[in-house]
Ligand binder design. Structure first.
Ligand code: SME
Length: 151
């Protein structure tokens, strides 16, 4: 697996208009979880209507209790207000963190913008400590830009 080889597969999923948006988002989660060994939980959160909270969308991995996350809470909630990528090499060093599973060691959250508005994010948990590089950020920004075109 390389990020370069995954990009056309992402584009193929995005352009599969015979599938619903939610199915395509789930297919993206499945692809990333299957192909990148240190991506162990992959999911989308989206702004919940007019509320200042995130709601869980399609995901792959262990079921989570955190279906709704208020803006500002946890890594995801912080990205909802900062509009910036958040790379956490070691979740145990974070104060404002919502634990989903004891096996998770690291997390990366990249916002999704539609018309310059932060409308959601891709959230990835890893069971490996400090696994994410700038290449992950650039690749996931690519994924988020593609996802934004079908929202
Ligand atoms: N750890 C996240 C919560 C979502 S789970 O990872 C699925 C956070 O701190 O926002």
């Amino acid at each position: 697996m390389t990020f370069t080889s995954l990009k056309p597969q992402i584009e193929h999923i995005i352009s599969s208009t015979e599938k619903t948006v939610d199915v395509r988002l789930k297919n993206i989660c499945e692809l990333l979880e299957a192909e990148i060994p240190y991506y162990n939980w992959v999911g989308f959160y989206f702004k919940n209507g007019d509320k200042n909270e995130l709601k869980l969308g399609p995901y792959v991995g262990e079921p989570t209790d955190h279906i709704i996350i208020p803006f500002g809470k946890g890594i995801c909630g912080q990205v909802a207000v900062s509009n910036k990528n958040f790379v956490v090499p070691d979740v145990s060093a974070q104060d404002n963190y919502i634990a989903c599973s004891m096996t998770v060691k690291a997390e990366i959250v990249i916002p999704i913008f539609v018309n310059n508005e932060n409308i959601g994010q891709i959230d990835i948990d890893s069971n490996t400590i400090d696994p994410f590089s700038e290449a992950d950020e650039r690749f996931l920004e690519f994924v988020c830009k593609k996802v934004a075109t079908i929202l």
